[in-house]
Design a protein around this ligand. Structure first.
Ligand code: FAD
Length: 447
């Protein structure tokens, strides 16, 4: 019987493991609770009506159809029985393994205030993105009909909490949606008057970038008319307002881009974890005491040779996936001892609205239009397949030439138009994350 590898999570890390094991004498079971692989770096573009969901997500089965040794299972993993070498699925089924790879990622978290999740929407899944898109578009629709100026102002106030790359990208695109795309669609309101407020507890935007790029980003955001509040921690979120410092701002739309918490992989194994619930793996990415179990990506923390942990970003998850595949292959070939993982940082990128971006390659820093072009080319390159690449490129050209965003669709039911400000029914259910209990969130790896 071939060596049985079970890979849990078809994100950036898990997919890379499966790719890397091509040609090895293994049978692979690929488990995910969603049926698609998601390109999270462009999720904010779905949330802001720039791209459609199918342009940044691919059915997992379509990615491995030509790999007969790979069996795909759509299921929620609830635990691991490491003694009996079984992965436990919701519903009671089990999947046996010889080698196990946990690549279950992370999710947004609210610094001990999970009750805010009802009001402040996180962005991690396609459902999150379409929920945010619906909220934004419904806010404009309701403002168009609103006669009370105060209520109208609250509807036209969009607050983003957290000024890391995701918060900055969201703020820039919402501002452009309001100022460039929507004005001609509405009759009673001037959508260009919409307030976009970006709140950050730290002293600067894009805190993980060098000072000069962070300064440039701040200037660019302000040029776009975005109100940036620095050094202000949010102390409350409700259906009608957000409170930061001594300000209570009336708003119907709060988007949360401030913290992440790991999946419960460490809990499943009773393994050591850091304060954000990230499993502390050995230098070779195995779980302490279990050389047959690997854990990678956003759900782990692993220190580099300089003692600095690898960041929670896609290239780190991919490199770890490649490393694990190579380790499993080497073990099967000649029982080779595992090598430690070394992370190679390739650069940090963030877009700040149309034709503006910042890039820090370490050896060179870029900003402005050139950085924006490189940002665009890099993102198109990393999409899967020519159809998505072509479609995204055409969409972006269209947005830049005509300011049109074709994905301005309000989905998920007419009845919910009045539920704005509070996450309703299915929204709340789909947002319930399986998080490491009691863990403290940390700023996302992109901050
Ligand atoms: C909005 C946003 C923007 C980002 N932008 C960038 C960027 O520009 N550049 C960059 O480098 N990084 C970016 N990142 C970070 C990057 O997406 C992550 O670092 C990367 O996805 C981590 O890969 P992963 O394989 O660890 O987890 P993920 O890609 O999150 O995959 C985890 C997979 O596990 C599955 N799963 C989880 N729990 C279970 C379970 N219990 N049972 C079954 N399946 C399960 C999930 O459905 C998912 O498919 C961004 C993240 C977000 C949220």
């Amino acid at each position: 019987m071939p060596h049985r590898v079970v890979v849990v999570g078809a994100g950036f890390g898990g997919l890379e493991v499966v790719k890397g094991l091509a040609g090895a004498a293994v049978s692979i079971t690929f488990v995910d609770r969603r049926n698609h692989h998601l390109f999270q770096p462009l999720l904010y573009q779905v949330a802001t009506a720039s791209l459609a969901t199918s342009e940044i997500a691919w059915p997992i089965r379509s990615l491995v159809w030509n790999r007969p040794e790979v069996t795909t299972i759509l299921a929620n993993v609830t635990g691991v029985d490491a003694e009996r070498r079984l992965v436990l699925l919701e519903g009671g089924e089990t999947v046996p393994y010889d080698s196990l790879v946990l690549a279950t990622g992370a999710r947004h978290a609210y610094f001990g205030h999970d009750e805010w999740e009802r009001y402040a929407l996180g962005l991690k899944t396609l459902e999150d993105a379409t929920t945010i898109r619906r909220r934004i578009l419904v806010a404009f629709e309701r403002a168009e009909r609103e006669t009370d100026p105060e209520k109208q102002a609250a509807l036209l106030t969009f607050v983003i909490v957290g000024a890391g790359p995701t918060g900055v990208e969201l703020a820039g695109t919402i501002a452009e949606l309001a100022r460039d795309t929507l004005p001609r669609d509405f009759r009673n309101i001037d959508t260009g008057r919409a307030r976009v407020v970006l709140i950050e507890a730290g002293p600067r935007v894009l805190g993980g970038f060098p000072d000069d790029l962070s300064e440039y980003a701040l200037r660019s955001l302000r040029k776009l008319g975005i109100e940036v509040e620095l050094g202000r921690a949010v102390s409350n979120c409700t259906a009608d307002s957000v409170t930061y410092g001594d300000v209570r701002l009336a708003t119907k739309t709060i988007i949360w881009a401030a913290g992440v918490r790991a999946s419960p992989a460490a809990e499943w194994l009773g393994a050591p974890a850091d304060k954000a619930g990230r499993l502390q793996v050995m230098p070779d990415l195995t779980v302490p005491g279990h050389p047959e179990i690997f854990a990678i990506g956003d759900t782990v923390t692993v220190s580099g040779p300089n003692g600095k942990p690898a960041p929670g970003i896609a290239p780190a998850a991919k490199q770890q996936g490649q490393h694990v595949a190579a380790t499993i292959k080497a073990r099967l070939r000649d029982n080779a001892a595992p090598r430690p993982f070394h992370y190679r940082h390739q650069g940090s990128l963030a877009q700040i609205g149309k034709r503006r971006a910042v890039i820090d390659f370490g050896w060179i820093r870029l900003r402005g239009a050139l950085a924006w072009w490189l940002w665009g080319i890099a993102h198109i390159y990393f999409l899967i397949g020519s159809r998505a690449r072509l479609s995204v490129a055409i969409n972006w050209l269209w947005i830049h030439a005509r300011n049109q965003r074709g994905a301005r669709l309000i989905t998920q039911g007419e009845a919910r138009i009045d539920a704005i400000g509070v996450m309703a029914g299915e929204e709340a259910k789909s947002a319930q994350p399986a998080l490491a209990a009691g863990a403290t969130p940390v700023p996302s790896g992109r901050q």
